[in-house]
Design a protein. Sequence first.
Length: 516
Amino acid sequence: MRLEHLSLPNQTRLPNVGDGPATIVARVDARAWIDLAGTARQAGAWLISLWGRQESTDTFVISAAYALEDGLLWLQLPTGEHDGYPDLSALFPCTARMQRALCDLLGLRASGAADTRPWLNHGHWPAGDYPLRREPVAATPGSPPPEDYPFIPVLGDGVHEIAVGPIHAGTIEPGHFRFSVVGEKVLRLEQRLGYAHRGIERQFLDTPLLHGHRLAGRIAGDSTVAFAWAFCMAAEQALGIGAPPRANHLRALLLERERVANHLGDLGALGNDAGFAYGLTQFSRLKEDWLRLNAQAFGHRYLMDRIVPGGVAQDAAPSTTAAIAAQCDHIEPQVRVMQRIYDEQSGLQDRLSGTGRLTSEVAGHFSVYGLVGRASGRAMDVRVDYPHAPYRQMRVQAAGDARGDVAARLAVRFNEIYESLRLIRALANSLPAGDIQLPVTHQGAVSCGTGWIEGWRGGVLVALETDAAGRIAGCHCHDPSWQSWPALEHAIIGNIVADFPLINKSFNLNYAGHDL
């Protein structure tokens, strides 16, 4: 299924200002909404996200973004307050929770949906309050009593439940996990998230367009570069401008450094969760060195606010790029030594191999992509399949594995580190001359734009709309964890409860980025 073969009555091709994938935005009716979803599913297209916003007093717009063979298709379905919209969860099961969240935020229910339980609303919001409506209900004094959440029970002899969370030890974000088990064997896991909901989409409506990258960069601290770049890409497309080549090279360098930092941390944590503390100490040391150079070179350990509309906020001197390239040469042999130790440690491999297997079929069922999908034989990497500057010229090699277990997800992390180190060297040694930022004027016009960046978990999407005054009319940010959280429930089935921390860490999904 290709964009070039589509001929929809109200379609608009957005300007390609960053040498990235093509994007078509189309207004459709309910019949076309469901027909196109069926065609996309049959063709093997990826559903990236589903969301909604209030366009006017009486009109709401439901949106869905699909990754076709040659770009993004953004469908918009206008609907009334009481009209609803066709359910997509039978075609794309990953939309079930997205539709539930949309109902909590806008009060619009998917017609025919099987699961209509709340997702973000944990029973503490004022009755009839839908935060993304133009006039949300004023909060009343005091909090309403919490409502019981109807978890799905598993019946049978010897079945009992183990409730974990939402509060966890340490600094882990909140999430509830309800295990149905016999002995220690897990028969079913049901998650409940949304505890970290901060109203990000609502905050965007009160944020100036040229400051939106700061809010996007704070959606998830471990993905600040990916979200900020995706927002800036969307804003630049909406404004009809592009970033200079040097800025795009620096953006990619920052993104790859973010990827390496997170993979180093995860490799240590996975070793620790499997009882191999030596791995944690070594990878923690390597990650700390990596973050310290971030602070020295760019002024922030986690590279926050380095990407801005029109370019980047800070240049890199020749001494800085030399230090970055040298660090890559220094760290790579150490990571390869650790990989050999991991591969040859029999006790560690006993914990990793075959544990938490996510089959390719289940990954496809939930439209899983990114790191988790690639470890289950579902190859999709935005840098490879939908490249934008500067990746179009860099011939990125996507890491993959067909095993689908914890060992596979660990192996993908190792291989992605090596590829990112190669890319960082190439970027540091070939920075184009020129400006790092172009002036951005605040134009007043109705427009829209998309940004799609391969963060370390997978593709991060930002869909942006502006009004006639040039203000943000809607900004939806999507993290690939939406697709992977339901898949995690399947990966634990048949494993023992004690292996859940290891399996969960091998996915390492986003709570904050999921709970916008």
